[in-house]
Design a protein around this ligand. Structure first.
Ligand code: ADP
Ligand code: ADP
Length: 224
């Protein structure tokens, strides 16, 4: 059986983190979110965190060499040997090429890139209303997915806050950066026949069902 080496892809606010939370229980694959890894480093005040913070606050991409080294390290860990789901990486052609090189040295390749497709106006509505829990980063939306008790995480009872980079100015910049640097990856994976599109405007449960069905089908195909 081959590994499932998957990329979860889409504009900021498409619902990648929301779907990662739902998919975690479905498949025995580690979720690797570069945004979460960077935020942990910022919180812990590591060298990497200090380097990354100013880019993150401005909604710019952290330089490729920093990110590529961080992901390369993570993919060498034991739990990633049987496959993984990457969230928020790759975000540039350079990052995609670095990933392909690392995988090919292991005799592996990207199985598929799942694009959660959402238009810009919806991205802006979602990010402006996003709230995250301080403990584990669980996602909510003030209107589309409110917690049971205002300001409190349903899953671990911790406080909900607005991310610093979910301010209107920074949201606009993140979208600009997405279209300029990350969207070209759609064509990159399309050309390789690896891109699977998911309609991200549907409610979270429907998006989840769709992704689960796509992954389950791939798993069957890999098994034959
Ligand atoms: P990403 O990780 O791609 O940036 P998130 O999962 O954090 O996106 O979602 C961004 C915001 O949109 C959150 O506030 C989340 O609650 C909300 N959201 C996620 N999926 C949906 C959906 N299918 N419909 C409406 N709102 C959603
Ligand atoms: P979102 O949930 O909005 O999609 P992320 O949590 O994935 O955003 O990323 C937050 C920030 O972390 C980005 O705006 C960027 O500064 C940085 N970042 C995350 N992943 C990468 C990456 N692969 N390359 C460069 N910067 C990244």
């Amino acid at each position: 059986m081959s590994e499932l080496d998957l990329i979860l892809f889409g504009p900021p606010g498409a619902g990648k983190g929301t779907q990662a939370d739902r998919l975690r229980g479905d498949f025995q694959l580690p979720f690797i979110s570069t945004g979460d890894m960077l935020r942990t480093n910022v919180k812990e005040g590591t060298d990497l965190g200090r380097k990354a913070q100013e880019y993150m606050d401005a909604g710019e991409l952290v330089p490729d060499d920093v990110i590529v080294a961080m992901v390369a390290d993570r993919l060498q860990q034991g739990d990633a040997q049987d496959g993984f789901i990457l969230d928020g990486f790759p975000r540039t052609i350079e990052q995609a090429e670095a990933l392909e090189k690392q995988l090919s040295e292991l005799g592996r390749r990207v199985t598929a890139a799942l694009l959660i497709d959402v238009p810009d106006e919806e991205v802006i509505r979602r990010l402006a209303g996003r709230r995250v829990c301080v403990k584990s980063g669980h996602n909510y939306h003030v209107e589309f997915d409110p917690p049971k008790h205002e300001g409190v995480c349903d899953q671990d009872g911790s406080r909900l806050i607005q991310r610093d980079d979910d301010q209107p100015e920074v949201i606009r910049n993140r979208l600009r950066v997405y279209h300029e640097k990350t969207a070209p990856l759609i064509e990159h994976y399309d050309e390789q026949g690896l891109m699977r599109r998911i309609d991200g405007t549907r409610p979270p449960a429907e998006v989840h069902d769709h992704i689960r069905a796509v992954i389950a089908t791939m798993r069957l195909e890999e098994n034959v």
